[in-house]
Design a binder for this molecule. Sequence first.
Ligand SMILES: [Zn+2]
Length: 321
Amino acid sequence: MDDIRREVNARGMNCSKSNFYTLLKNPVYCGKIVVPAYRDEPMQLVKGQHEPIISESLFYEVQDIINDKKRIQLVKISTADNLPLRGFLLCPHCGKQLTGSASKGRSAYYYYYHCSSTCGIRFKADAANDSFINELGKYVPKKGIAELYKTVVKDIFYQQTGSQAEGKKELLNQIQTENDRLAKARGLLLDDAIDSNDYKTIKAECESKLLSLEAKLTGFGKTAFDLDDCLDKALTNLSRLQITYNEGDAVVKRRIIGSMYPEKLCFDGGAYRTAIMNEAARLIYLINNELGMKKNRTKLDFSSLSDSVAGAGLEPTTFGL
Ligand SMILES: [Zn+2]
């Protein structure tokens, strides 16, 4: 949270830590007004007349993150231009994280990535950095790949919207459960089985859950994102991947590395290996490979691509390169 606060402050906002926290928790930005508790009426959220600047589902997503319900992987920011990969690399020998540092030679500094344990693994940063740019080349779409790429991604997307429908059903079930609970409490109140204070507690609980569930449901209603638009953007960005990386400063470089490789990379001095890869980029890699092998064949077979990519889930963030 504080990293983001500093970033927006650098862009001209002037916001203290506690103010920023309050701001993120304020539902007014998603169109709601807080009606404070009054006498024995509990606090309520009502729809305001102003225009929301964020969606309710985004608001609740942020609340989940603040309440630590979502694990977010962050890599420590390093500012060294010569060590853009610092924090992203794992030692091929012992599996610990590689760190980076400079050592002063006779006339200049020399940069190294080296193991944080005593195993002694050390690579020249220049060589590792160059080799990484080559690695990125695997994810640059080859000529004429665009239509094929779009077809495969759309195919996967429609396979997955099936599971989205399941998620929607589950939300509707939960909403029904809360409504039933509320109705039941009302019945108990009328039968004098519970008193009005108990009823109010239950009602407030149910209503707060319902509010969050309904907001999530609204998010499901719309198509989450414009697929064609995302694909065009991903293709443009990927085709410029090496250039953008090369010309970018340390922040841009690290953003690219982070979005391409959600988990750390292992560098063995020659090549990079990773278990998990950005799906949008990995698909390009798979198609490039398939195209590379076509020379002695008359027909291309992409039927296996959907299966090998569909696992991890395509989301808008996949294309956030
Ligand atoms: Zn090591």
